[in-house]
Design a protein around this ligand. Structure first.
Ligand code: SAM
Ligand code: GLN
Length: 278
């Protein structure tokens, strides 16, 4: 039990007792008090009102039970964009910025040569990849798809709020873009194996976003198999994958006739994205 009304120091002690990370607790506290995190450090004895404490306590419990901070605060920063998120979408990961950087390099390299500008992001979730590419390369014509209508709503709302114009289409992998060709095809599909113990820790995020079941490679197979018919000559396919899947993905790309196949390493030193040129 903590004394009421609680001070900033009391709340931090309570958060620690619950097992909530110090930084997360400070972020939630700063949000509750509508102040900067730095202000908290110098105001240990500031007091919360009863409604502030009731709301914050509920948030600390949610965080303690493993719910991502992004769902609690309703947003996540990705590649310099503030994206709104909810439990219908994967929380965009910093690792995925690698895919965006690679895409932007390719789009940049295409200027002033033949324009590499029709881009599709398959399985867009919050719209993270599609919107970061559109912001980084306003001349690109960007399409974003998802099989989840609820996820697509989040992507559409983010696009609207950020003033970024992209096309959004509902449907499974290639189906919503059948018969169309793109210069750049991007995807961070679900790739965790069905029986992976890691899934338990991710239980607050949509299973559909995390795992295609079995060995984790089914979505990557569908994407590489269909890509040859949907990519323009000279266009690229870039895929995010698990740390131990790069050899499998490289083999899939080569089998489909892609050249210049190579893998990039994420900030954690893991092979994270593989791409090839048609
Ligand atoms: N692109 C977002 C990002 O990087 O943060 C979300 C990636 S999440 C790992 C995979 C996304 O693929 C989810 O939004 C999920 O709904 C979508 N998805 C799953 N199965 C799909 C399918 N059959 N067709 C299209 N999208 C699918
Ligand atoms: N990178 C995510 C994780 O392991 C998984 C996302 C995915 O399956 N594409 O937490």
């Amino acid at each position: 039990m903590i004394a009421l009304p609680p001070t900033v120091a009391d709340v931090m002690a309570q958060a620690r007792a619950l097992g909530v990370d110090r930084l997360d607790a400070q972020l939630l506290l700063a949000r509750a008090l509508a102040c900067a995190r730095s202000w908290l450090l110098a105001h240990d004895d500031a007091v919360l009102s009863a409604p502030q404490w009731v709301a914050l306590q509920a948030e600390l419990w949610r965080r303690a039970s493993g719910e991502p901070l992004a769902y609690i605060v309703g947003e996540q920063e990705f590649h310099g964009l503030r994206l709104q998120v909810n439990p219908n979408v994967l929380v965009p990961r910093p690792d995925t910025e690698l895919l965006v950087d690679w895409a932007l390099e390719l789009l940049d390299a295409a200027v002033p040569g033949p324009a590499l500008r029709k881009v599709v992001d398959l399985g867009t979730g919050s719209g993270a990849i599609a919107l970061a590419v559109k912001r980084g390369c306003p001349g690109a014509v960007v399409t974003a798809t998802d099989v989840s209508a609820a996820a697509l709503q989040v992507a559409q709302a983010n696009a609207l709020r950020l003033g970024l114009v992209i096309e959004t289409l509902a449907g499974s992998w290639w189906e919503p873009v059948a018969g169309r060709r793109f210069d750049l095809i991007l995807s961070n599909p679900p790739y965790i194996a069905g029986g992976d113990a890691h899934l338990a820790a991710l239980r607050h995020e949509p299973t559909l976003a995390l795992t295609p079941g079995r060995d984790g490679l089914d979505a990557l197979r569908t994407l590489t198999c269909g890509a040859a018919a949907q990519v323009e000559p000279g266009g690229w396919l870039l895929l995010e994958h698990g740390f131990d899947q790069h050899e499998a993905v490289q083999a899939m790309l080569r089998k489909q006739g892609f050249g210049a196949v190579h893998t990039r390493i994420d900030l954690g030193g893991q092979p994270r994205c593989t791409g090839g040129c048609r």
